[in-house]
Design a protein around this ligand. Structure first.
Ligand SMILES: O=P(O)(O)OC[C@H]1O[C@](O)(COP(=O)(O)O)[C@@H](O)[C@@H]1O
Ligand SMILES: [Mg+2]
Ligand SMILES: [Mg+2]
Length: 344
């Protein structure tokens, strides 16, 4: 039974005592939670406050920025830059690395974040989120370059997300399982509501943007066709489908009731390497999913082992219940082997 009287701050202090995690990591995790509370507040008034709609500007991904993408980005920078524990920040909304201003002390941590995930849902009042990933540098160089921070996902020391839904939640791992907190509007504090979250290995629910089926690779087509075939098909059971178009909301559902989420590489996004970004979407979600007993793959490789090349790199994402992800990986392996043997 989760002791819901425990606040997020108390949880961090306990974790610090139990796992000798250093004080600086807890300071940063507190700053991130404060940023998420402020974003939750900005969202709450929706059309009553001037936060909906798009700007003229585009981000480094070539996407038109939503007002809230920029508001949330500023909130993260302002709430974390003075923490004294950061070496730099990397955001979906900033092309360059955000260097910590000279006037603030620096530390060894790098914060990667997607300030507002599920942006296409903001103006229609559907759940959105924020995603973060934390890396610890061996030392603090004077100037942080991308070479310094382009580390594989296995090196993350913490990751999590905030979900701005009917309630606001924060889900986090510091490498010792996954815990969830719900924002208590009466005291303005996150309280511990979900402890040691674990994903059931089997699943009967998939989520994928089916409008892209025409461009999928054969292994993905095969996997989805078999699910859709239901009881009379090769899987011998019914599979339900969900697509919220907010990765945070999909991952949250999977953490709580299992399932599989796929945003695979396809003919339309293959030049970009996929849709979702490695550093502030795929890596943090893969860290959480694995900590909860699930699996996260590109279809051909464990996401946390992907060797990063560029800061806003995209990768195929297939994550969730272990048995399902392993099945999708097997289908990719068989397909690649068959393709290779057919050309040789
Ligand atoms: O528009 P599509 O193809 O359904 O894609 C939805 C996906 O794109 C995203 O919105 C991308 O994230 P951002 O909103 O942070 O750019 C994911 O949250 C979601 O899973
Ligand atoms: Mg996103
Ligand atoms: Mg975003």
């Amino acid at each position: 039974m989760t002791d819901t009287s425990m606040t997020y701050m108390q949880f961090l202090l306990n974790e610090r005592r139990r796992s000798e995690s250093d004080r600086d990591l807890m300071t940063l995790l507190h700053g991130v939670a404060t940023a998420c509370k402020a974003i939750s507040n900005s969202l709450k008034n929706g059309a009553l406050a001037d936060v909906l709609g798009s700007l003229e500007s585009e981000n480094v991904q070539g996407e038109t920025q939503k007002k809230l993408d920029v508001i949330a980005n500023d909130i993260f920078l302002r709430r974390c830059e003075f923490s004294g524990v950061l070496a730099a920040m990397v955001s979906e909304e900033l092309e360059e690395i955000y260097q910590i201003p000279e006037r603030f002390p620096k530390g060894q941590y790098v914060l990667f974040f997607d300030p507002l995930d599920g942006s296409s849902n903001i103006d229609i009042n559907v759940s959105v989120g924020s995603i973060f990933s934390i890396l610890r540098l061996p030392e603090v160089p004077d100037v942080i370059t991308y070479e310094t921070v382009l580390r594989p996902g296995v090196e993350q020391v913490a990751a999590g997300y905030a979900l701005y839904g009917p309630s606001t939640m924060l889900v986090l791992s510091i490498g010792r399982g996954v815990d969830g907190f719900t924002l208590d509007g009466n005291i303005g504090e996150f309280r511990h509501t979900h402890s040691s979250i674990s994903i059931p290995p089997e699943a009967a629910e998939f989520s994928i943007n089916a409008s892209r089926a025409q461009w999928w690779e054969p292994p993905v087509k095969r996997y989805i066709d078999d699910c859709v075939a239901g009881e009379n098909g090769p899987r011998g059971k019914y599979f339900n489908m969900r697509w919220i178009a907010s990765m945070v909301a999909e991952v949250h559902r999977i953490l709580l009731r299992g399932g599989i989420f796929l945003y695979p590489i396809d003919e339309r996004n293959s030049d970009a390497g996929g849709k979702l970004r490695l550093f502030y979407e795929a890596n943090p979600m893969a860290f959480l999913i694995e900590q909860a007993g699930g699996a996260a793959s590109t279809g051909r490789e464990r996401i946390l082992d992907v060797q990063p090349l560029t800061p806003h790199q995209r990768v195929p994402v297939i994550l969730g219940s272990r048995d399902e992800v392993e099945l999708v990986e097997r289908l990719h392996k068989e397909y690649d082997e068959a393709s290779r043997s057919s050309v040789s």
